[in-house]
Structure formats: C-alpha cells, structure tokens
Write a protein that binds this ligand. Structure first.
Ligand code: 2HA
Ligand code: ZN
Length: 277
C-alpha cells in the first residue's frame, strides 16, 4: 500500500492540520509522533527506503526496541504538513538496544526527526508500559491559554488540575487523572524528557511552563480531543480572570464529588482541597 494512502498517515496529517488551524503551531512549533502497529509496519515494509545509518536518539528507550514511529521533522512547519507530508514527516525504526534510530521514509528534502525526539520516545516507552500497549500517540503543542496560565498560577499539579476541572463540567470526565506541571526547563534534551516521562506515569497531560503541553492517547481523536479540551478550559479560565479576580459562582469540590459518583469516576481527593481555608 502507498504509504501516503494509509489510514495512519492520513489520520496523522489531519491531526497535525487540525492543530495548526487551532493556532497552536506558529512557525516550527510543536511536534507529533505515532507508534505503528506490527500490521501497519508489514503493510508498508515493501515501500520503505533501504536502511540508512543508525543515529543516536539522545535517550535510552529499551522498551521500544525494534518499533517504528511516524514523526514530524525538526524545523518543519505544521502549516506545510497537509500539502507536503513527505518533506515534513519521517518514519523511523529503532534498533534492538533502544538507543539509536534510522530513517526509513520521508524527509525527502533532508532533515532529522523532531528536536523533541527524546521526550516523545521516553513518553511512548512509559505509556506503552502503563497502558499495556494501548497508547500510540504523543502530541506536543504550543497552546496559547495554557501557556498564559503558567505565568499566573502556581506551578503545581494540584492547582492546575483543580482550576481546569472547575472551568467546564466535562473536564474531570475527559482527564480524571489530572494534569502534571513542570517548571521552565531547556527544551529538546534528555533532562526535560526524563521529567516529562516521569509525570506520564500517572497523567496523560503534562504542561511545560512558558512553553506548551504534551498529551498522550490511544489514537489521533482521543489525543487531539484531550489537548483541545484542556486548552479550551484554560481559555475559559483566562477569560474569567481577565473579567474579574472573583468568581460569583463555580463548580465546587462537592459538585466534583457528585460528578464522580454520577459518571463512575475516581477523582483523587488531593485535587479537591478546600480553597477557602
Ligand atoms: O520547535 O516545539 O519544543 C519545536 C518545539 C520544541
Ligand atoms: Zn515546543
């Protein structure tokens, strides 16, 4: 099957363009990766390029040995993915140690996989383990309203989770485990990848202060929908904070407990702290 016609490439390209249309991908901002299924790898194997040289990933991910990923290219613009996917994207293969990758398709005008490859692959390794292989998509975007909130809210998992849950009733249903937050760090390296993947052990959303967000999910719809929901909640909070420092009414901690009962969710009590103590 032609690689560009596969369902997973089409879904990937659509998701990337949806993110661009949202305004989350100025210039070369953001990156996306997808872990192929064994059936998908076999369906495209005859059309892969002859293997090139192994290159270091910049991280150690033995849990992903031998896996194939579709990834955005470093310095490529999300804006251009829909019109020229072969120049903007790559399929990479990992070696048996999980320390090196090689390009097997794409980047036809040259280039390398995303600068955030260590964070993407370390997140994939954690999520593959904790979800029993279910999660396949890792998405990083420069979501305006979440970034704005990282300048005015304390950078704690508890505060961000509670404030975001409180701004729209469906939020606790969409991300019942909450969100993780890390303070400002240099992007692109192993250190920020380690910090992010540690939080991915318990959350599907990790916020990078003054930078953006990482989301993980089973498929393109779930992962995009998660990013979209969190960012929309942040947008509502930004609007409310711009209008007034005091809400006249809100979704209370007890409302959230009732929601948990009604929707058969487990909302950890550490996010339902008493705000007025
Ligand atoms: O420019 O988003 O974090 C790509 C990025 C780096
Ligand atoms: Zn970024």
């Amino acid at each position: 099957m032609k690689i560009l016609d596969t369902r997973f490439v089409r879904g990937f390209v659509k998701m990337a363009d949806d993110g661009f249309q949202q305004g989350w991908h100025e210039r070369n901002g953001g990156n996306l990766s997808y872990r192929l299924t064994p059936v998908e790898v076999e369906s495209i194997r005859p059309r892969l390029n002859a293997p090139g040289d192994w290159e270091p990933i910049g991280a150690h991910v033995p849990g992903l040995a031998g896996e194939f990923f579709l990834v955005t290219g470093s310095g490529k613009y999300f804006r251009n993915i829909v019109s020229d996917p072969e120049a903007c994207l790559a399929i990479i293969e990992l070696d048996e140690t999980g320390e090196n990758y090689r390009i097997r398709w794409g980047l036809v005008e040259g280039g390398r996989p995303t600068s955030e490859l260590p964070a993407h692959l370390m997140n994939h390794e954690v999520k593959k383990r904790v979800t029993g292989g279910m999660h396949r998509v890792i998405y990083h975007a420069h979501t305006t309203n979440i970034i704005a909130l990282t300048f005015v809210l304390p950078l704690s998992d508890e505060v961000f989770t509670r404030e975001l849950w409180e701004m729209a009733t469906e939020c606790p249903v969409v991300f019942p485990d909450g969100v993780g937050v890390i303070g400002w760090m240099v992007p692109g390296g192993e250190e920020i990848a380690i910090a992010t993947s540690k939080l991915m052990e318990k959350y599907d959303v990790v916020i990078w202060a003054h930078h953006g967000m990482f989301c993980s999910g089973e498929n393109f719809d779930h992962t995009f929908g998660l990013m979209h929901t969190v960012e929309k909640s942040a947008e509502i909070l930004c609007k409310v904070m711009a209008m007034t420092p005091n809400k006249l009414q809100t979704i209370t901690a007890d409302n959230l407990r009732d929601l948990a009962k009604g929707f058969h969710l487990e909302l950890p009590e550490r996010f339902l702290y008493d705000k007025f103590k």
